[in-house]
Design a protein around this ligand. Sequence first.
Ligand code: NAD
Length: 289
Amino acid sequence: IDESEKFRIEYWSLEEAKLRRQPAPKSLATRVAFVTGGASGIGRAVAERLAGEGACVVVADLDAEQAEKAAAEIGSADTAVGVACDVSDARAVTRALEQAALAFGGVDLVVNNAGLSISKPLLETTERDWDLQHDVMAKGSFLVSREAARMMTTQGMGGDIVYIASKNAVFAGPKNIAYSSVKADQAHQVRLLAAELGEHGIRVNGVNPDGVVRGSGIFAGGWGAQRAAVYGVEEKDLGAFYAKRTILGREVLPEHVANAVHVLTSGELSHTTGLLVPVDGGVAAAFLR
Ligand code: NAD
């Protein structure tokens, strides 16, 4: 590992770190959360929810301006900060975690949410499409998990890492080879890291949402039109289409994903690791239509 990637600053004191160890406290009031892609959509809802539960929150996003704006809307300067971070760049990840540690002493709850979607059929998917998709989501979440785990294990403070994967991690999303593949990679990172980091009191879990159209930047940025074409519906009807195909008949909203992240990290599930929770209205259980 490159020297420059190592943390150069002091973390929490050993006494304080011990207090933060497993079993996780049943309140997020002592926790510091680092949410990648937290400036928009699901990440923003997660950051808001964790802050609402008392955690200090670092909104880390490629879009620094939006990250700062989101942090200012979520909390005060003492409880929420926005930092620039391209998760596919190891140095940027290290820098962002250092900024988090400078602001709040360390990080003990990480949400790997940053993402984009280049959904194309196989024959139209370019090498660059594949690389970008995998750089941001497979490599990006690996880098964030690795650097956060380094921070957590240095003082044996334990912690939580949560991946926002997708229903597509389990079931092929038609005509989006790059996206579905990278989501399967993220799901396997959950299992691999759960197995590896458990001895350090670090739990690794994930959420598999499906069809979160409202508030989602990736749906607004071209994915919506592509998915609508694949399913043969108008883009404006996509939310209703996704809702109709669920068992519950309701649209999945960013808040539903945020609720799952809260439950996974609240301490109520302190003996759970390596789990991917579907937040999809039941689609992964049964396609009704
Ligand atoms: P979004 O576009 O609203 O949010 C994604 C955020 O990630 C943006 O703020 C963007 O700036 C940021 N980002 C992109 N590249 C980045 C990088 N290299 N480094 C740091 N930040 C970066 O999208 P969303 O719908 O909220 O999606 C969030 C996550 O949820 C993604 O991983 C997505 O694959 C996953 N997901 C979404 C859905 C859905 O239906 N919307 C379903 C399943 C999974």
